[in-house]
Ligand binder design. Structure first.
Ligand code: SF4
Ligand code: SF4
Length: 121
């Protein structure tokens, strides 16, 4: 496997701010097992319907850095609270050795000489 050029541990979890993170039936079933609830309850509690595309997406809530973030993001630690049960899309992202946002973030932090700077797009 190629060495990754990004460090999620130093990132404010920009990818978790994507407004439409699609979840499949299998993703909902995994979340249901994780929380010990029925699949219907998991679907209702953790997802909502994106009507135009007729797909289920993760629910969001407000965030201090981005417009909103996934409801499962720990907004202080900037970590996924359901990491072992996270949806397939979250497992695959960023689909390679590089993360465009992380490169942008790294550039901005170097430019501003501020390791804690949070870049918004
Ligand atoms: S935006 Fe990139 S570096 Fe940041 S948490 Fe997501 S995958 Fe990791
Ligand atoms: S499930 Fe976890 S990894 Fe996926 S968007 Fe939500 S907080 Fe991020």
């Amino acid at each position: 496997m190629a060495k990754t050029c990004y460090d999620c541990g130093k990132c404010p979890a920009y990818c978790c701010s994507y407004p439409e993170i699609e979840v499949s039936k299998a993703d909902i079933a995994r979340l249901a097992r994780h929380f010990g609830v029925s699949e219907a309850q998991a679907e209702e509690r953790y997802t909502k319907l994106q009507r135009e595309e007729n797909v289920r997406i993760l629910r969001h809530r407000e965030d201090e850095h981005f417009t909103s973030v996934c409801m499962f993001l720990d907004r202080t630690a900037r970590r996924c609270t359901v990491y072992e049960a996270r949806p397939h899309t979250c497992r695959s992202y960023p689909y390679g050795a590089r993360c465009g946002y992380y490169e942008f973030l790294k550039f901005e932090r170097e430019h501003q000489a501020d390791e804690g700077f949070v870049a918004t797009t």
